[in-house]
Design a protein around this ligand. Structure first.
Ligand code: NAD
Ligand code: 6OD
Length: 492
């Protein structure tokens, strides 16, 4: 049993119990705030992964597989309540792993952990079936109705930026549909996935339904899991390049996939926008979670007549952000998640200058002269003046930064927004309703927000176009991925 949310040593969670990895290997979890080691984590080897997948397979035909939908939905509602009962423990675990402001995790990450189970418990209970009456060649009738079966063992591979939110966004619907799961959380954020095992046991989720294996991607737990022949479906959130590797692994045995990948999202600010709202919304989309949100804005296009004012107001906003640890008074932006990630973001900061960008604000590592200097902090950064071909405009950076460029017409800005290999989301700022409806469907992305950002209704389709993903989850789309449909045809 876990004693506390911040575990000094993480085992794997297999078949309802915490166990050491048989690989004998451990890795360190480093605090993004202090740079010090806060936990040691067991790295699953191929044998451990095999044990976890077999436990998940066996659980499909145990008590879990025999439950009615109503019983299963009831258990998931209990699970949602139990996560909320342990809210503070999940909060401590999440902020220890990510370093994000406590207020952010309290408002966004942890509530979604519970909601991801409650929402899909409701949906599965209310799921209807299609029905058709068919005329038969002998002049009689047949009826057809659809049933949904669980897909089987689902591999859930999740990233580090919103660890509990993104992991349960997959585990919730997968379990609601009657599947069992093997989760491979990011090696950088192991805590909340481990803690969830304890909550699963506490509410009586049968053993083997939820399993967690820790480790890395290539030649480690992630690759072993996606290669395992008993895995029936793979749902992955992470980098586009990782998605390509997983797709190859999934091809063996023709396993179904659902991918939520990177983005290079555009915000479009028309001159008729409410500029206060557009600036506040762009501050949020560019800098919240230290820019480590796949839906974040890294390209901002502003209509020329308000461009100067917008740039100076965003600069003022960025310079007003308070950088610090989860509990620093007034904190609005935490550190990046790791030293390696900060090196990557800094390499783009350097490149922007080499390419001739005007650095409106930021561009480096802040010096605090206190204990924060040990953490992986970075300045919120705004650039202007780069050509549309620059890697700064074309590649996902995943840090607290954006480039702002003026535009002159609706037609031009639609073309600019669509000039990207990615197609995850966009935010349009305008007070002209006709324009909003005219422009939004023309942006080649999976999600468009008008006068808002990250407003989520879990019943809606979520996912990306182009290199931002394959498939959609959310609402009925999740139920589609996590089940196999069968048609039953009955001759009357
Ligand atoms: P990542 O791709 O490096 O890692 C994600 C997960 O995949 C980790 O658990 C990792 O261990 C695992 N992994 C890596 N290689 C693997 C392999 N060969 N086989 C199996 N598993 C493997 O991503 P990250 O750095 O953790 O997260 C940041 C990225 O995630 C960004 O690109 C961001 O845009 C993207 N993201 C997308 C969404 C979305 O909804 N579209 C949401 C959040 C994050
Ligand atoms: O809100 C969600 O369901 C979701 N998948 C958000 C993704 C955020 C990316 O960082």
């Amino acid at each position: 049993m876990l004693q506390q949310p911040i575990l000094p040593e993480h085992g794997l969670f297999i078949d309802g119990a915490y166990v050491p990895a048989t690989s004998g290997r451990m890795f360190e979890k480093i605090s993004p705030v202090s740079g010090s080691v806060i936990a040691k984590v067991h790295e699953a080897g191929r044998e451990d992964v095999d044990r976890a997948v077999r436990a998940a397979k066996a659980a499909l035909s145990g008590p879990w597989g025999k439950m009615t939908v109503v019983e299963r939905a009831g258990l998931l509602q209990d699970l949602s309540r139990a996560i909320n009962d342990r809210f503070d423990d999940f909060l401590e675990a999440e902020i220890a792993d990510t370093g994000k402001p406590r207020s952010l995790a309290r408002m966004v990450d942890i509530p979604r952990g519970g909601a991801n189970f409650a929402t899909f418990a409701d949906m599965i209970k209310n799921l209807g079936a299609e029905f058709f009456e068919t005329a038969t060649p002998d002049g009689g009738r047949a009826i057809n109705y659809g049933v949904h079966r669980p897909k089987g063992v689902i591999a859930v591979i999740s990233p580090w930026n919103l660890p509990l939110l993104l992991m349960t966004w997959k585990v919730g619907p997968a379990m609601a549909c009657g599947n069992t799961v093997v989760v491979k959380p990011s090696e950088i954020t192991p805590h909340t996935a481990t803690l969830l095992g304890e909550v699963m046991n506490a509410v009586g989720i049968p053993k083997g339904v939820y399993n967690v294996i820790h480790g890395f991607g290539p030649n480690s737990a992630g690759e072993f899991l996606t290669q395992h022949p008993l895995v029936d479906g793979i749902t992955f959130t992470g980098e586009t390049r990782t998605g390509e590797a997983i797709m190859k692994q999934a091809a063996v045995g023709l396993r179904d996939i659902s991918f939520e990948l990177g983005g290079k999202n555009a915000a479009i600010v028309f001159a008729d926008a409410d500029l206060d709202k557009a600036v506040a919304g762009t501050m949020q989309s560019a800098f919240s979670n230290c820019g480590q949100v796949c839906l974040g804005t890294e390209r901002v296009y502003v209509e020329r007549s308000v461009y100067g004012e917008f740039v100076s107001r965003l600069k003022k906003g960025a310079e007003g952000l308070v950088l610090g640890g989860p509990d620093t008074p007034g904190v609005s932006m935490g550190p990046l998640v790791s030293e390696e990630h900060r090196d990557k973001v800094l390499s783009y900061y350097r490149l922007a200058e080499e390419e001739g960008a005007t650095v409106v604000t930021g561009g480096g590592v802040p010096q605090f002269g206190d204990e924060r200097d040990g953490g992986f902090f970075i300045q919120p950064t705004i650039w202007t003046g780069l050509p549309d071909t620059s890697p700064i405009i074309r590649e996902e950076i995943f840090g607290p930064c954006c480039h702002i460029r003026p535009f002159d017409s609706e037609e031009e800005v639609i073309a600019l927004a669509n000039d990207s290999d990615y197609g995850l989301c966009s935010a349009i700022w305008t007070e002209n309703l006709s324009r909003a409806h005219r422009v939004a469907p023309q942006i080649e992305v999976g999600l468009v927000w008008v006068n808002s950002w990250f407003l989520r209704d879990l019943r809606t389709a979520f996912g990306g176009s182009k290199k931002s993903g394959i498939g959609r989850e959310g609402g009925e789309h999740s139920l589609e991925f996590y089940t196999e449909r069968a048609n039953i045809c009955v001759k009357l």
